[in-house]
Design a protein around this ligand. Structure first.
Ligand SMILES: Cc1cc2nc3c(=O)[nH]c(=O)nc-3n(C[C@H](O)[C@H](O)[C@H](O)COP(=O)(O)O)c2cc1C
Length: 229
């Protein structure tokens, strides 16, 4: 099992499906605590489009359904990402909550991710085609290109005021098996998509972490010439 460095959760408990034990209507009776606004927290070193700062990875979601047309707008944004030879290596498998497919996606997640994903509207598994379509040879940038597609999707979600949260904290091998992923496709990541929810409904430690993160200074990331400058 592969785990994200930022996912400290234990592997999921087989057969445990917390999504079905939720009482979402009761949740929504309480007044909503608003999540922090990333635009008032994040300060870029250089002027950029505000959408880049607005995109962040909240965990608080309402559990309300996401209309299919809105979901397709996210995939449409992903579709226009650049890729080597226009390969478009990305593939997306998804399940809406309260559908038969939901449990097989939700049960892939590590427990730490299940604790907040139980209020997601949609779970997505991201795949990438590992070989070139035209000759079957290994494509060295299938992951790079698919990451670009994810970011397109995430930015579109931010523009629509949705929660889009990437995840590596799930069982990659089980995803391959459960979702019948062909051998020439890599399992890359999962994504939780939802409508924003009340941060107060998150488990304690996650409630404290529900805050837009900062970034390393550009001077640590960018070098003119050789590595390190
Ligand atoms: C590929 C990928 C995997 C991630 N895995 C997890 C995860 O398993 N659990 C989680 O809570 N957050 C996960 N995150 C969210 C990151 O922690 C988050 O993107 C990072 O801290 C930067 O914060 P921001 O997205 O709010 O700007 C993941 C993000 C990406 C892109």
């Amino acid at each position: 099992m592969q785990a994200s460095p930022d996912c400290d959760g234990k592997p999921r408990i087989p057969g445990k499906d917390r999504a079905h034990s939720l009482n979402i209507p009761q949740q929504r009776k309480r007044p909503m605590n608003h999540p922090p606004n990333p635009l008032s927290v994040r300060k870029p070193e250089h002027p950029i489009e505000t959408l880049f700062l607005k995109r962040w990875s909240p965990r608080a979601m309402s559990g309300e359904p996401l209309p299919r047309a809105d979901l397709m707008r996210l995939f449409e944004a992903a579709r226009w990402a650049p890729s080597t030879y226009n390969e478009q290596e990305w593939r997306f498998l998804y399940a809406h909550r309260a559908t038969p497919a939901w449990a097989s996606f939700f049960n892939l997640l590590m427990e730490a991710n299940q604790s907040w994903c139980e209020r997601a509207s949609v779970l997505v598994v991201v795949l990438s085609h590992k070989v070139f379509t035209r000759n079957g040879k290994p494509n060295p940038v299938h992951t790079f290109d698919t990451g670009a597609a994810f970011e397109n999707l995430a930015l579109q979600g931010a523009a629509m005021d949705l929660v889009v949260h990437g995840m590596a904290g799930f069982d990659f091998n089980k995803a391959r098996e459960a979702l019948k992923v062909p051998d020439d496709y890599a399992v890359e990541a999962m994504i939780a998509v939802g409508l924003p929810g009340d941060p107060a409904a998150l488990p304690g430690d996650l409630r404290e972490r529900e805050y837009p993160s900062d970034r390393k200074p550009l001077s640590e990331l960018v070098f003119e010439g050789a590595f390190g400058g």
